[in-house]
Structure formats: C-alpha cells, structure tokens
Design a protein around this ligand. Structure first.
Ligand code: PMP
Length: 321
C-alpha cells in the first residue's frame, strides 16, 4: 500500500514476492526512516487459521510510526493487509506445534530527497514466510553486553525501527563470539540496569515465585511480555515491573534467590535461559537446563491458548480463515 501526502493510503495490492524499486535518494536509504512488526499465523488444534493479538501489533506499529515521524497506518488497514495476505498464503502455513507463517509488516520512507526531514511518501508492505521453532529445545545462554547499549532515554528504544537493530548487530556478534545464543542489554546511562535481549524481553523468577521484569520506557513493549504479565497474575503469581540491576542478578543467583530466568517474544515464545555469561563471569540459573516450573507453567499456558487447546478468557486468539 502506498501513501502520499494529500492522497492518503492508496493502491493496495497482493503480489508474488519480487524486488521493489526505490529511488537511490529515497529517505529510508539515508536516514533509516523504517519501522516493522513481527507476528505469526498458525493452525489451531481444530485446523482454523488464527493469529495472536494482531490488534496489539497494529497499535504498536502506529506508535512506532509516530515516534519515527511517519504517516500512521490505520489499525483497520494494517489488520486487513495482514489478514488478506494470510488468507492468500494459507496453503503455506505449516502443520505442527512449533511451526507457523511468520509475517513481517514494515513501512519505509520512499520519497526521494537528500535533506534531513520526514518523508511525505511511504510504502507499507507485508511479507510472509513459513518458519519453525526459533530456538532448538532446551535452555539458552545469554551474553551480558557491557560495551554496547541498545536504547537511551528519549531515543527510539520503545519503537520497532530498523535502526535499533542495526545498532545491536555488533553486540549480537560479540555474544556469538562468546558462545552465547543471544545478547542482553543494560541501560545506556549507567550500564547497570537490565533492559532486554536482542529480540526478546526478559523475566526473572525469585524464590518466592515473584516475577520481575524491567519496566517499559526504553525497551520494546513486547506483546508476549504483556501476555505473560497477565497469565502470571491470572495464576496468582506476584509480578513486578521493576528495575533490576545486573549486580543484584549475580548476587541473587549466587545466593540461590534467583530461581529461573526466561526470555519471551513472538519468535522465541517462552525460552528458558540457563546461563548468563559476561565480563564478570558466568552464572548458572536453576538447574541450568531450563526445565524449571514457573517458566514451564507459563510456556504451556501461552502455547495452550495460542493453539486453541486451552480456554482464551482474554479473547487473544483471532480466526483469520
Ligand atoms: N524486544 C525486542 C528488541 C524485540 O525485537 C522483540 C521482538 N519483537 C521483543 C522484545 C518481543 O516483542 P514481542 O513479544 O511483541 O514479539
């Protein structure tokens, strides 16, 4: 779908995937005026094609657009684009518990000019690709990055824009070089407060079954994060959205107070974290293999609702076709 100031959104089409043409002076290529979403369509237990909280993606896309001074895509248009693509591609939706059709809605500034200003033309595109599980089963090891940060107060951390990920690639490479699966970012001001991972939010389970997760602000407001907070409260667990420092985390782990850590996101669903590795050494969480009770309870609860095997009291699952 195209946008031009004065004309609004126009020309919606569904086409076979092919290269798109852009003027070399298109604003996105120079000033990274770009945002995206990540969501999944999959088959529920009864065979229906469903999506999980797509309205939350539509809203976050609109909020990202606002932060990046881009034309907002109305929620109804966003949802229509996604649904129509899923219906068109429904034969590509793989069967299986961990399989889905991954959808990548994104928007780029397409106007050609070289001055630094918001574009007045945009392209909103959705692409789709079948995917399996993001991580193989078991717990992952996370690298605590003390050299690079992802987001500063007043910056774009809460928006899902490509620039945030460009800035995190070097840290992700550093994590891999240290034998880790993912990077964990600390805050920009003090390099002390735990924020989030390269593509997931993070939760800590303390010994009294209290869940702690970093507060919103500079982190991406994950839809899975929000879902887990609700599922945990529904199950009578205490949840706190509180700043948690890396020092405290190492201390709590050493003292046996930190029982479980897990990551969550659309791609990762709920993935246990068995080890944190960093400049100050390595800590093993719980059993180290991730088969720990609170993480497992929340993971099973989320997958159960998503796959239509458990009741959906919050109306999160939407039939697409
Ligand atoms: N943080 C970052 C940096 C991410 O890229 C993602 C994935 N979108 C998340 C958190 C988790 O968000 P969600 O649960 O909406 O997928």
């Amino acid at each position: 779908v195209r946008y031009k100031e004065g004309q609004g959104w126009h020309n919606p089409t569904i086409e076979a995937r092919a290269p798109i043409s852009l003027d070399p002076a298109a604003a996105v290529l120079h000033y990274a005026q770009e945002i995206f979403e990540g969501m999944k369509a999959y088959r529920a237990a009864d065979g229906a094609v469903v999506m999980f909280r797509p309205d939350a993606n539509a809203r976050r896309f609109r909020e990202s657009a606002e932060r990046m001074a881009m034309a907002p895509v109305p929620d109804a248009l966003f949802l229509q684009a996604v649904r129509e693509l899923v219906r068109t591609d429904r034969d590509w939706i793989p069967e299986g518990e961990n399989a889905s059709l991954y959808l990548r809605p994104f928007m780029i500034a397409s106007e050609a000019f070289l001055g630094v200003k918001p574009s007045s033309e945009y392209l909103f595109i959705v692409i789709a690709s079948p995917v399996g599980a993001y991580f193989s089963a078991g717990a992952v090891t996370v690298w605590v990055s003390e050299d690079y940060t992802r987001a500063a107060p007043g910056g774009t951390g809460a928006a899902k824009c490509g620039g945030n990920y460009a800035a995190s690639l070097l840290a992700q490479r550093e994590a891999k070089a240290h034998g880790c699966d993912q990077v964990l970012f600390l805050d920009a001001a003090e390099h002390r407060w735990i924020e989030e991972m390269g593509g997931m939010n993070i939760f800590f389970v303390m010994d009294d079954s209290t869940l702690v997760t970093p507060p919103l602000g500079t982190i991406l407001p994950g839809i899975t994060r929000d879902t887990i907070l609700t599922l945990a409260r529904d199950r009578g667990l205490t949840v706190r959205e509180d700043a948690y420092s890396i020092d405290q985390c190492y201390q709590d782990a050493a003292a046996g107070r930190l029982k479980e850590v897990f990551a969550c996101g659309t791609a990762a669903v709920v993935t246990p974290i068995g080890r944190l590795r960093g400049r100050r050494g390595e800590i093993v969480i719980g059993s180290g293999n991730g088969a720990d009770p609170v993480t497992e309870t929340l993971r099973t609860a989320l997958i159960g609702i998503q796959r239509g095997k458990a009741p959906d009291p919050h109306g999160w699952v939407q039939r697409v076709g």
